[in-house]
Design a protein around this ligand. Structure first.
Ligand code: PHE
Length: 357
């Protein structure tokens, strides 16, 4: 028995030694192939993990005699420690190398030229709108918005356009359904405001307007307008004129003169087109004003009594004025934009010529 077990130990020792020798060699050859810390970590899990070969060897010793356990246990333990320390050493070495490499690669070269960052800015139309609104707000107007898609009533009916009146032809309309349309002007806000507020009303309404026009350098199917409406007791034509003059002086930062030409809009009476003295030549005549000396800037007039009535405002007690101006047109005059189409083409070469505000 004794002899037998001796042989067993010898055989056991032999086998375990062979296995651990092979394991050791295999480990070192695999370690040599590791290129980075994560590969080393994988190796650690593979050899020293719960399901690894070292653990298997340990388990196989359980059935051995105390003597076997002593001899072979030490053998396996030595191998385990050798692998663990070798892994620790290699990982530390590689980590250092990786950090060194990172420091080298991520070094900031302060001599490189800076990269230009792209600063966004307001679209010139938005910037012009904001500037106009700011001046009008300073003058006591508050801002109201109306819908782009509206009914025939608010765009035309409430504004005293008779159903078959040719004045509708002045504004070629995009109809969506028989009584629903894209507003042709921001005047659609007038009746809405009167429905919701009692006078005094002093508002400006900015927004888009749409007309089925041929697209040219000077007209487009969509554009922006700002409507003004002031209703109170005793509002007069003189109030309208002085307000517009003050406004355009502020907007163009110039001592302009106002000129009014009678014109027809069904919702104002009297109605007019307003010109300002040419910003470029001051009425001497130039290409900007087409040698007329004047630049057309807006439509305006005193609110028609019918419109007041439609808004449930008594024309015997109240009067008011309204004006409507095109934003693109103002930009054309103020910034010398020669073609209105440029404003909706989103070409950065064009847009970047405007001040970043
Ligand atoms: N809504 C008119 C237009 O677009 C302009 C206007 C507004 C005229 C207010 C008079 C009063 O042509």
């Amino acid at each position: 028995m004794h002899f037998h077990s001796e042989v067993n130990i010898v055989q056991g020792v032999d086998i375990v030694q062979q296995v651990s020798k092979a394991l050791r060699e295999e480990f070192f050859s695999e370690l040599n192939l590791c290129k980075d810390t994560s590969a080393v970590e994988q190796l650690r899990v593979k050899y020293l993990g719960k399901k690894g070969p070292i653990q298997d060897l340990m388990k196989s010793l359980k059935s051995g005699t105390p003597e076997e356990k002593r001899v072979l246990g030490k053998e396996v333990n030595d191998l385990k420690e050798e692998i663990a320390s070798k892994i620790g050493e290699t990982a530390a070495f590689m980590r250092k190398r990786e950090i060194d490499e990172q420091l080298l690669n991520e070094k900031i070269d302060v001599t490189l030229p800076g990269r230009r960052s792209f600063a966004g800015r307001k679209h010139p139309v938005s910037a012009a709108m904001d500037e106009i609104l700011e001046i009008l707000m300073e003058m006591g107007f508050s801002v109201q918005y109306g819908p782009d898609i509206d009914t025939d009533y608010y765009n035309f009916g409430a504004l005293n356009f008779a159903p078959d009146h040719p004045a509708r032809d002045m504004q070629d309309t995009f109809y969506i359904a028989p009584n629903v349309l894209l507003r042709t002007h921001t005047s659609n806000v007038q009746a809405r405001v009167m429905e919701q507020h009692r006078p005094p009303i002093r508002i400006v309404a900015p927004g888009n307007a749409y007309r089925n026009e041929t697209i040219t350098a000077r007209s487009h199917v969509f554009f922006h307008q700002i409507e003004g409406l002031y209703i109170d007791k005793g509002v007069s034509f003189a109030d309208l004129l002085s307000t517009l003059e003050e406004f355009y002086k502020k907007l163009f930062r110039a001592d302009i003169t106002l000129r009014c030409r009678p014109s027809y809009f069904p919702f104002v009476e009297p109605g007019m087109e307003v010109d300002i003295s040419c910003l470029q030549c001051n009425r001497r005549g130039c290409s900007l004003c087409k040698y007329s000396g004047w630049l057309e800037v807006c439509g305006a007039g005193l609110v028609h009594p019918e419109v007041l009535k439609n808004g449930d405002v008594d024309p015997e007690i109240y009067s008011g004025y309204a004006f409507g101006m095109g934003v693109e047109r103002t930009l054309l005059l103020k910034k010398g934009v020669s073609d209105i189409r440029l404003l909706s083409e989103n070409d950065l070469r064009f847009l970047q010529q405007f001040d970043a505000i």
